[in-house]
Design a protein around this ligand. Structure first.
Ligand code: ASP
Ligand code: MG
Length: 438
């Protein structure tokens, strides 16, 4: 049994919804996870912003505009009046519910309930369309099985225990439709898996059901070996090990939510990234199978990185120095990405600069601090086991004309990273591709 997830763009209009249904209705039993129609979650958040700013009239106006888009989609989606009426009724109920929040104070519970409605609408509309087409479909309510534990992490046991009985049979050809993103909290309140969380829903369901495969459908043909907007002639990567994809998740967040891959890895369920615009394309398969030895898979970059350096004679031959430095970052809840050390200095990179000033003020107690902003991490991912020879030097060679602020290698078997200025990013990506994938 497979789990297939379609994002907001894939269900973003009536024709796209029909496209999704033609992809999923192949007679096999499966669970299909859907996001809200694209733009809807943002629009619902905007609705809560109006309310928070004490403008219920603006809020109602805003939500009524959104409803007219839904009415138009419904008009285009169904050919049968009866189903169009059913959809208008269901979606209309949800919009009336949304409007009811305008006449009460906004609580954080209300906010969560409001943003949950996008997925409720898209799944209801698609399930009704499938019913109209005579397809054997069952609409699930993710709030009945998707749940967080006391640490706000998915409660795997609860999910598996409560989902399995809802799936009546794994072979009856029925298609189960579930809302991505939404869940219940440990204390029974409506909550969610954070923005972009529908991928996570899919891997959690796939892991809970021990699915044969989890498919994440987007509008790109899998993960490319470099940024296709910058480098010419990039190719989709056919296969990645889960560990390689974890290295890339930080960079490739566009197609893979960083936390989403973990449940699949732990359960040993392969994840396949596929393209709704080109369904026959092979896409990218991510699993626990050994990676192709001696192969570099992909190059990726992340912008808006800040490098912080601290140099101190006190570091020489001292113990406990790094602990003190790291504790400062910890106390300001700022995670460090790259680290490089020498005998008398250490440099670190961060992407969240909200507490930069406090951090540098505290670091100054221990040495001379430097800050370099507008940097970018470029990472090369693949089989980079240290015993292999040649790959590090090929990567380094590619950077020969580019000022490099930091290099990190040996942290895992799968990665070498460079920190360069953002203005040198394009040059670096092209040079790496030319040197590594030639
Ligand atoms: N609809 C949610 C969002 O826009 C979840 C998702 O699309 O994955 O963030
Ligand atoms: Mg997404």
């Amino acid at each position: 049994m497979k789990v297939m997830k379609f994002g907001g763009t894939s269900v973003g209009s009536a024709p796209r919804m029909k496209g999704v249904v033609s992809l999923i209705a192949d007679g096999e039993t499966k669970v299909v996870v859907l996001s809200a129609m694209s733009g809807t979650t943002n629009s619902l958040i905007e609705f809560t912003n109006y309310l928070r700013n004490g403008n219920p009239t603006g809020a109602v106006e805003h939500i009524t505009n959104l409803q007219s888009k839904y009415k138009q989609t419904i008009k285009e989606l169904y050919s049968n009046e009866e189903y169009a009426a059913k959809a208008n009724e269901k979606v209309g109920e949800i919009f009336n519910h949304l409007r009811s929040f305008a006449s009460q104070p906004l609580t954080s519970d209300n906010e969560k309930e409001i943003v949950a409605q996008g997925e409720m609408m898209s799944t209801n509309m698609v399930a009704l369309y499938m019913e109209e087409q005579g397809i054997d479909v069952k609409l699930l309510n993710s709030l009945e099985f998707m749940r967080l534990n006391a640490n706000n992490e998915p409660n795997m046991e609860y999910i598996a225990e409560n989902l399995s009985p809802i799936i009546e049979s794994r072979t009856d050809g029925k298609i189960y439709i579930a809302q991505g993103f939404i869940c219940m909290s440990n204390d029974n309140r409506i909550s969610n898996l954070e923005r972009g969380g529908s991928d996570y829903t899919a891997t959690l369901i796939g892991a809970a059901l021990q699915a044969e495969e989890i498919q994440i459908w987007t509008d790109i043909d899998g993960m490319h070996n470099n940024d296709p907007r910058i480098v010419e002639g990039t190719r989709p990567v056919r296969h990645l090990h889960f560990d390689e994809s974890a290295e890339l998740a930080y960079f490739g967040a566009k197609i893979l939510h960083p936390t989403c891959i973990l449940p699949a890895k732990l359960a040993g369920v392969p994840v396949r990234l596929l393209n709704t615009m080109d369904p026959k394309a092979e896409g990218t398969l991510i699993d626990n199978n050994l990676t192709e030895p001696g192969t570099i898979k992909a190059i990726a970059a992340k912008d808006n990185i800040t490098a912080i350096g601290i140099k101190s004679g006190r570091m020489l031959l001292a113990y406990g120095f790094l602990r003190k430095v790291f504790e400062i970052f910890e106390s300001y809840r700022t995670s460090i990405d790259m680290i490089c050390t020498s005998e008398v200095g250490v440099s670190m990179s961060i992407d969240n600069t909200n507490r930069l000033e406090e951090i540098t003020n505290e670091l100054q107690k221990y040495g001379t601090v430097t800050v370099d902003k507008n940097m970018c991490i470029i990472c090369v991912v693949g089989d980079l086991t240290w015993e292999n020879i040649g790959f590090e030097s090929r990567a380094m060679e590619a950077m020969k004309d580019i000022p490099v602020r930091m290099v990190s290698y040996g942290g895992s078997n799968h990665n070498i990273s460079f920190l360069v200025r953002m203005e040198d990013k394009e040059k670096a990506l092209r040079a790496l591709s030319a040197n590594i994938f030639k």
